[in-house]
Design a protein around this ligand. Structure first.
Ligand code: PMT
Length: 223
């Protein structure tokens, strides 16, 4: 049964970083390889789900059976999420979205001036993608991720409520932890409880998280 546990369900997953262009040759972005989001997409598709994966720039192969949409910036990711969230059962935001972008990206390469020691850039806030979905009447079950370097559980609990999410998966990031590497550990937080998922490969972690999610959905459907 585990094999096709997600048959008939539709998942929307965001993954990877977003890149915000400063000029035609430079950008700012977050550290994310996309591995966590791609592992979730692969595991869900393997278990029968219809999966749409909206990803920032990453160097990963599309998992079998997954519909992949490539984007670069937060604004592009938001537009694709807006186009695809409707009719989805579960949305998982594993993407590390840049919180800010250039107010006005330069049309040409920004040149160093003679004797220049500082460069001032004006950044403006990017839209919050998952918080936008949380405000829709036909919102899916919403799962966010929280990458933190300190006070991980506290920040994550706060983010879950602040963004209007059903579940948040907290992970500690930093040297050798969370992003880019192959293993991860999560603290899964819902309104009803908290469940630690110990350090393991992102593939194994994805399967455990999907099992936990499946239980949560079953509880809702039964109520
Ligand atoms: O890609 P990997 O190398 O495998 O690394 C995985 C990961 C560490 C990037 C991943 O597990 C993770 O934690 N992703 C979330 C990163 C993060 O810091 O998110 P956040 O705290 O900025 O945002 C919280 C939630 O809101 C996330 O679900 C995020 O996708 C979402 N968000 C954030 C900002 C924004 N503008 N729009 C959003 O939808």
């Amino acid at each position: 049964a585990q094999q096709q546990a997600w048959l008939g369900k539709k998942l929307l997953i965001t993954a990877g970083p977003t890149f915000e262009d400063l000029d035609p040759v430079r950008f700012i972005g977050n550290r994310s390889s996309g591995k966590m989001g791609f592992a979730l997409a692969a595991a869900a598709a393997q278990q029968g789900a219809e999966v749409i994966l909206i990803t920032g720039p990453v160097n990963l192969a599309t998992p079998p059976g997954v519909t992949r949409i490539d984007v670069r910036s937060a604004q592009q990711m938001l537009a694709q999420v807006q186009a695809h969230y409707s009719g989805v059962d579960v949305m998982i935001g594993a993407a590390a979205v840049a919180d800010f972008r250039m107010a006005q990206p330069a049309a040409h390469k920004i040149k160093k001036q003679a004797n220049q020691d500082e460069l001032m850039l004006t950044l403006i806030k990017n839209p919050d993608i998952i918080a936008w979905v949380a405000q829709q009447v036909d919102k899916p079950y919403l799962v966010g991720f929280a990458a933190e370097t300190e006070a991980v559980a506290d920040y994550a609990r706060h983010k879950r409520v602040q963004k209007g999410l059903d579940m948040i998966c907290a992970n500690q990031v930093g040297a050798g932890l969370g992003f880019e590497v192959s293993d991860n550990a999560l603290l899964v937080i819902t309104a009803n409880g908290e469940y630690p998922l110990p350090t393991q490969s992102k593939q194994a972690l994805a399967r455990e998280l999907l099992a936990q999610l499946h239980t949560e959905l079953a509880k809702i459907e039964a109520s």
